[in-house]
Design a protein around this ligand. Structure first.
Ligand code: ADP
Ligand code: GN1
Ligand code: MG
Length: 367
């Protein structure tokens, strides 16, 4: 891989001499590297995009370009630092937003933002509050973006689409694993109607679509050294979708007392203190533009996205592990069970989640 990387980096106009290229992050889809250059020169992030999942990388990069350009203008206008508070794409030497290698792989680069901290779990309510603020602000700044985005991942958080994929996968059972997961399949089937009913609210327009991030797990945000939110990263999934999907996915990530793939199910539950802190941070930025329907469906959105993740991990297990990177043979099944435990915890605490969101909304309206 290292020799490949050294043939890729010359295609980008990196300042200084490339001294080291090392893997970074725990993403389940792309391959991400930190490119270190000489003293006094910027460092960079180099990424091989997963072209089997992102089937139109040029359109995806155009989307990211539109979004970051818009954010840069807004950040500069409010006195912020556009080079630190959003991503800066480094186009390839030929001027494209990506380099395509001889094997057909797509590579992209952006500036590495120095002196930041990223996390895989939210250890404190303060961090969750900041994370919520970050996504709320991100959505707010994009609310008046004039351009439209290309639909690069059709059906991404669309449960009707996910159930079509699911039904096809079960009918085909390509890896012969269906019979091993009868109980898990029932977890999905018995929630089909309520999840589709929620999706109907988007289809009828009761819940609006906006430009959103769509992959708001905690590792996709950079904090500064004092713990304040600095920059929302990993913009591959910026799409027209619902704000609720961003909020729900973040709760799934931040408020889990265990890991996304925890093998000890006793460790997995919804932490209500983190839930409330994230909600407060998010609504401090987002309340002003959210509709009544969006406000009323915040708590359910966490269940919706966590359910979606159970379905997606289980579907990948049944499909023979072709989508998410796995570290051991049953990894997707472990993920399925851990996310299901989290979903159960949300279901058990649902009334309390609703009470908290209503209370936070009320508090912030009074301000
Ligand atoms: P993946 O698609 O593999 O999840 P990300 O874009 O989320 O890739 O990057 C993985 C990790 O690399 C992040 O969690 C963060 O720690 C670090 N990272 C990514 N982009 C930057 C950047 N521009 N500046 C600083 N760190 C970054
Ligand atoms: C993937 O790329 P990464 O690791 O940030 C996935 C998300 C899932 C997440 C689960 C494009 O995100 O939808 O929520 O794994 N991204 C894509 O950890 O499918
Ligand atoms: Mg990521």
């Amino acid at each position: 891989m290292v020799s490949t990387l050294s043939t890729i980096s010359p295609h980008f106009p990196f300042a200084g001499k490339v001294e080291e290229i090392c893997p970074v992050g725990e993403g389940l889809i792309n391959d991400t590297y930190l490119v270190r250059t000489g003293k006094g020169c910027p460092n960079y992030i180099l990424q091989r995009k997963n072209r089997h999942i992102f089937t139109n990388v040029p359109a995806m990069m155009d989307n990211i370009h539109k979004v970051t350009n818009h954010l840069k203008k807004k950040i500069a206008a409010s006195g912020g630092d556009p080079l630190r508070e959003t991503l800066t794409i480094i186009p390839a030497r030929d001027g494209r937003l990506y380099h395509r290698d001889e094997e057909g792989e797509f590579w992209t680069a952006c500036l590495f933002i120095e002196d930041t901290v990223s996390h895989d779990t939210a250890r404190s309510p303060e961090l969750a509050h900041q994370g919520g603020k970050g996504i709320g602000r991100f959505q707010r700044l994009l609310a008046d973006m004039p351009e439209t985005l290309e639909e690069t991942l059709p059906g991404f958080h669309d449960m009707r689409y996910r159930f079509r994929q699911w039904d096809e996968m079960l009918a085909e059972d390509p890896a012969g694993r269906k019979n091993r997961v009868k109980e898990e399949i029932e977890w999905i089937e018995c929630r089909r109607e309520e999840m589709l009913a929620f999706k109907s609210k988007v289809e009828t327009g009761e819940i609006p679509t906006r430009i959103t991030h769509n992959d708001t797990k905690i590792s996709n945000i950079l904090f500064d050294r004092s713990g304040e939110i600095l920059c929302v990263i990993d913009l591959d999934t910026v799409l027209s979708s619902t704000c609720l999907n961003d909020y729900g996915d973040a709760i799934r990530s931040y408020a889990n007392t265990g890991l996304e793939d925890d093998q000890e199910l006793d460790r997995v539950a919804l932490n209500m203190e983190i839930f409330e802190a994230y909600t407060r941070g998010y609504l401090s930025e987002a309340l002003s533009f959210l509709s009544t329907a969006e406000r009323e469906n915040l708590a359910f959105a966490a269940r919706y996205i966590t359910f979606e993740q159970v379905l997606r991990f289980l579907m990948d297990y049944i499909g023979g592990d072709t989508y998410y990177k796995i570290k051991y043979p049953e990894h997707n099944l472990t993920r399925t069970r851990a996310q299901y435990k989290l979903l159960r915890s949300m279901e058990e605490q649902y009334e309390e989640m609703r009470r908290i969101t209503a209370h936070v909304i009320c508090d912030q309206k009074l301000r």
